[in-house]
Design a protein around this ligand. Structure first.
Ligand code: ZN
Ligand code: ZN
Length: 378
């Protein structure tokens, strides 16, 4: 425990953004090499794979941890708070990396498995899709894995409980930037202008009908306008208005429908005000879909670690997103949650006061050790 905590606090003090995890990957690689792993660097730029073989078995397993931090100014007040202004581990990836390092050590000491273990330390989960970049660099050709597994801490779930789910578990995410091109002028002479604020407000209201009036009521999706920027003064009609949206879905047909209806509505609304509009629509991460047999396997193994009563089925998928989706599209596997709640007032993930719950470290370590050894029985 003291060793795990020291590692976690070190990582927490030195956060790095996606694809810039230089010191982090050096630190991780050094530890793994000292434990006797074969470490391959430079997959997905700053990602790495640590390989350990035992016995003659043909079976293999991949376990993934993410290493990147977020562009948030830390306000946790922890003694080991981020030493880099404007950057912090606000999603607990420092905890994920620490748990996999802890498991790496025990697996190497115990040698209680027959086959090959690939520990995948990936960059850029939060932004650039580090998982996809590692796959493009030949992750699964160079390091064949029969199955892949990953977990995420969740301060909203009861401490020590494991939540699993077969099928879709995280949503696909798309981003959209809408620019309404008006004609600015004096706030007292609207008749001489084309007011993009009014058109923008109308567009935002119209967008609320994409999900409510176009989707099958049983399908799920989210269209959120997270930013609306226009103008600076009360007596000036600005030249343009800009909106930033996040769009979440699970089903590919629903995803296509959302984009089609969004474009039609936004263009129609703008045209009705005599304005043009620019729509930059970008597809992001795919939905994360768990495989049945591997999810059952996690359920079984987790019950041995935390007890059957603390392994639960997630009642519905989460609308967040996760680039482990790309690994699950290539290999069977499962992504699950570890509850890390301390109190009712825990800050959520991505909050400036978030801090990974160290008490959960041994649970994650035990879970990975048990999972790998059970996947590769002697
Ligand atoms: Zn995150
Ligand atoms: Zn995360």
């Amino acid at each position: 425990m003291p060793e795990l905590t020291a590692i976690r606090h070190h990582l927490h003090q030195h956060p790095e953004l996606g694809l810039s995890e230089l010191k982090t990957s050096d630190f991780v690689a050094e530890k793994l090499e000292a434990m006797g792993y074969d470490v391959t660097r430079g997959l997905g730029k700053t990602g790495l794979v640590a390989t350990l073989r035992n016995g003659t078995g043909e079976r293999s397993i991949g376990i993934r941890a993410d290493m990147d931090a977020l562009p948030i100014q830390e306000e946790s007040g922890a003694a080991y708070a981020s030493q880099t202004p404007g950057l912090m581990h606000a999603c607990g990836h420092d905890g994920h990396t620490t748990m996999l390092l802890g498991a790496a050590k025990l697996l190497a000491e115990r040698r209680n498995f027959d086959g090959t273990i690939h520990l995948i330390f990936q960059p850029a989960e939060e932004n650039f899709g580090g998982a996809r970049l590692m796959i493009e660099d030949g992750l699964f050709e160079r390091f064949p894995c029969d199955a892949v597994f990953a977990l995420h801490n969740d301060p909203g779930l009861p401490f020590g409980e494991i939540y699993v789910r077969e099928g879709p578990v995280m949503a696909a995410v798309d981003e959209c930037r809408i620019t309404v091109n008006g004609r600015g002028g004096h706030g007292a002479e609207p008749q001489e202008t084309a007011d993009p604020v009014v058109a923008g407000a109308s567009i935002i209201m119209a967008l609320q009908t994409v999900v409510s009036r176009n989707l099958h009521p049983v399908d799920s999706a989210v269209v959120t306008v997270g930013a609306f920027h226009a103008g600076q003064a009360s007596n000036v009609i600005p030249e343009r208005a800009e909106m930033l949206l996040t769009i979440r879905s699970f089903d590919p047909d629903v995803r296509d429908l959302l984009e089609k209806r969004l474009r039609a509505l936004v263009e129609g609304q703008a045209a009705s005000y005599g304005m043009s509009v620019t729509i930059d629509y970008e597809r992001g991460y795919e939905p994360t879909v768990n495989h049945g047999a591997e999810t059952d396997f996690v359920r079984e193994v987790a019950a041995r670690i935390v007890g059957e009563d603390k392994v639960r089925d997630l009642p519905r998928p989460m609308m967040g997103s996760e680039d482990f989706a790309y690994m699950l599209a290539e290999r069977p596997g499962s992504y699950f949650y570890l509850g890390t709640r301390k109190s009712d007032r825990d800050p959520p993930l991505h909050h400036p006061r978030f801090d990974f719950n160290d008490d959960a470290l041994p649970i994650g370590v035990s879970l990975w050790v048990e999972l790998a050894e059970a996947w590769l029985p002697q």
